[in-house]
Design a protein around this ligand. Structure first.
Ligand SMILES: Cc1ncc(COP(=O)(O)O)c(C=O)c1O
Length: 423
């Protein structure tokens, strides 16, 4: 993923000495540019690649500032906000002064509510003690890397996958080992060959379902087989379920229903549309509770208290009913997008049954999706994410669409893309 930018594909206001923040889309100047020549960053900083989408974002912002009608299909967050009742619970917590640190692993009431949700929604018993509430799934991923991975280790994960996974491993001196997948196999790692990718330094396997960027949903049988193999090989299995609930076809289940020794990550960011509230959780096996608690205390002290008080309300029936309506809205958009892409000659091969993404092969029209995305943005003001952020193999052939705007806007975007391809 090195060498992502060349002078030719950068927006006017961005130089090679800028850093991009992965999620807030801000651009920061580097120390060098500020003239701080003696300031040396740790070597690991150089191992963390900037995101290609940020160049798209920066240009999209500049175009919007010029009054252009930019359609944003690049951003990985819902266009909804927290359901009113949840937001009000947050306001109440502030008014009542419930703003101090909480216990390191989370408010007992919230852990209890998450535990009850697993039972009522997914028919799985997860004791509250096994739930470690974190600052977003990002905090859970950092905790997981710190808890289970030694320096020099590697962790297997499919190519493509969520890019920050690799960077959390860099933080603990380890690395990701990407295993090739293909659209014809639904972007599923071939489990029959798992052992051939495993080495003495392999700590485990990290999967995500539904997946970012492909929208693929893994079956329960697949995860059960993966766990059987990983256990035989002596590693850990982590399943990132941050898009849980956003499943439109196939089974919406939790890997926790397979075995208590599987680690699971989740978040309030996506299904509950609470990205900026920064709240997620990690479920650990009994034997890892003490270690995870110690790390959580030291890494975070606690997750945001106001967000935790608000999130307790997220599992009440009225809020869940609203989330279900939103899920159906997302599904309707998904169908519009899939049909529209087929009509303009960009059919989606692999099933995209979950999250709010489709990952589209545009190699029929370009071999360089970064350049293609910037050109599309310039000419038709549609912003997409180039595949190179997510992996290596075939990444330059793919773009990710996020269906985080309404049906008419999606149709307008598709019409613009069709016109762009015909030009
Ligand atoms: C697969 C996956 N995991 C984890 C995260 C981190 O989410 P958050 O920290 O907002 O909970 C994201 C964010 O997009 C994601 O797509």
């Amino acid at each position: 993923m090195g060498g992502l930018f060349s002078a030719g594909n950068l927006p006017d206001n961005v130089t090679l000495n800028h850093f991009f923040c992965a999620n807030c889309y801000e651009i920061f100047e580097s120390g060098r540019e500020n003239g701080m020549k003696n300031h040396k960053l740790a070597q690991r900083v150089a191992q963390i690649s900037p995101f290609q989408v940020m160049a798209v974002l920066a240009r999209a912002k500049a175009l919007a500032a010029q009054g252009k009608d930019v359609i944003h299909l690049e951003i990985g967050e819902p266009d909804f906000v927290a359901v009113d009742e949840v937001a009000h619970a947050g306001v109440l917590a502030i008014q009542q002064g419930k703003t101090g640190y909480t216990s390191a692993t989370g408010l007992p009431e919230l852990k209890q509510a998450i535990s009850e949700y697993y039972l009522s929604q997914y028919q799985v018993v997860v004791s509250p003690e096994r739930i470690i509430v974190t600052p977003g799934a990002s905090g859970a991923l950092l905790l997981m890397a710190s808890l289970m991975v030694n320096p020099e280790d590697d962790v297997l994960m499919p190519d493509p996958c969520y890019p920050c996974n690799r960077h959390f491993l860099v933080q603990v001196g380890a690395k990701a080992s990407l295993v090739e997948t293909s659209a014809s196999d639904g972007f599923e790692m071939d489990l029959a060959t798992l052992a051939t990718h495993w080495s003495e330094r392999t700590a485990g396997l990290w999967l995500a379902s539904p997946s970012n960027p492909t929208g693929a949903v893994l079956s329960k049988a697949y995860i059960a087989e993966a766990w059987e193999k990983v256990r035989e090989l002596g590693g850990h299995l982590l399943v990132d379920e941050i898009y849980q609930g956003l499943v439109y076809e196939g089974e919406d289940f939790s890997a926790l229903s397979i075995d208590d020794d599987i680690f699971v990550i989740n978040s309030f960011s996506k299904y509950f549309a609470m990205t900026g509230w920064r709240l997620g959780w990690l479920v650990v096996p009994e034997w890892a509770i003490e270690g995870a608690t110690k790390l959580a205390q030291n890494l975070f002290i606690s997750a945001p208290s106001v967000s935790q008080y608000a999130a307790i309300r997220a599992f009440s029936p009225d809020v869940l009913a609203e989330c279900e309506v939103r899920r159906q809205t997302m599904n309707a958009r998904r169908l519009v997008l899939l049909e529209g892409l087929r009509t303009i000659g960009l059919p989606v091969v692999a099933p995209a049954h979950g999250a709010f993404y489709v990952y589209v092969d545009v190699s029929g029209v370009t071999q360089d999706t970064m350049a293609w995305c910037l050109d599309l943005l310039e000419k038709e003001n549609v912003a997409l994410t180039p595949g190179a952020d997510f992996g290596v193999k075939d990444a330059h052939k793919y773009v990710r669409f996020a269906y985080t705007c309404d049906g008419p806007r999606l149709k307008e975007a598709l019409a613009r893309i069709a016109r762009f391809m015909a030009s």
